[in-house]
Write a protein that binds this ligand. Sequence first.
Ligand code: BGC
Ligand code: ZN
Length: 358
Amino acid sequence: MSGINAVTTNAPKGGVRYERVTVREDGPVGLSPIYTGICGTDRGMVLGHLDFSYNPDKQDFIVMGHESICRVTSADSKTGFREGDIVVPVVRRPGGCINCRTGRQDNCSDGKKHEAGITGMNGFMRESFTDSPEFLVKVKDPALARVGILTEPLKNVVKVFEVFETVSRRSIYFSEDSTYEGKNAYVIGTGAEGFLFSMMASEYGFNTSILNRHPIDENRLKICDAFGMDFVDSSKGIPDENVDLLIDTSGDPATLLNFIRRMNYNSIAVMFGTNGKAPPADFTGKDIDHIVERNISLVGSVDAAKVHYSRALSYLSRWNSMNAGALSSMITDEKKPSDVSVFTERNPESIKIALDWS
Ligand code: BGC
Ligand code: ZN
């Protein structure tokens, strides 16, 4: 046990500090973060909005951070890792349910899993920590040492598309030429997760639109261009077309409902973003008629499994070699870990903020 610098909060109350902490370590692989990323979950915790977050046992704080790319600093050969390896640690750690016991703690069925930096387990925003090899995913492409910070948010996207493929099998969903060409995917939200969902929809061959209620900056427009997405400013009206795949990253009921009303026969809506504080919306009997009569599926999806992290890394390698500049321009800010103001101040041009621990 020795003191190290870390970014902490007191969950679920909130607040944020950069301070020296001493926490228990028990894994055989020594790690030190290169970058850690900040997302809406972290901001929600700092604001005290994330009721389900909690401190680890016998601690009155939690080390924050679930998005990271780390360097192995020590490991014995039995672990399968070597000093200098680059890895992404997984967020969720298993409880005892059947899904957890088969490596699918993302589908935990009794809520007893833990999440690094969110629920009952210290996260990755600290100078160093140790972990078990089973929770580390190796980054084999050296070109990903920076954009690899997007692995964690992208793993959620990979899982959502697997869920989408599973649900879409209930009827003929493809176009006549067996592709998704001509099918419309709408992604609500222009944060990092919204962009990653759109890139994947575009990769699958959908006509992909990414939406927000306001215009977006030049950098965001360039990313849309590079990955073949259309931006729609929904405050100016939405195109009069049917939506075949809807992905929501906003968690806003009124916005979601507005698009559900535009959904096509046999379409699929995936709810990913959460916002417990969002105002209620007017879900009516007519909406139920629409959903039932058109066989519309509404699905929720959270987190992802280790296999999805590996696949996320393959997508990042490919996208990075196709569109290196565009992918890395998703990381708009690099900050010092001590600069905790980034958790509360919001620059609308920021997409992914990375804390640089090197
Ligand atoms: C993470 C997930 C996690 C979820 C909890 C997200 O930001 O990517 O891994 O399960 O937060 O709400
Ligand atoms: Zn996150």
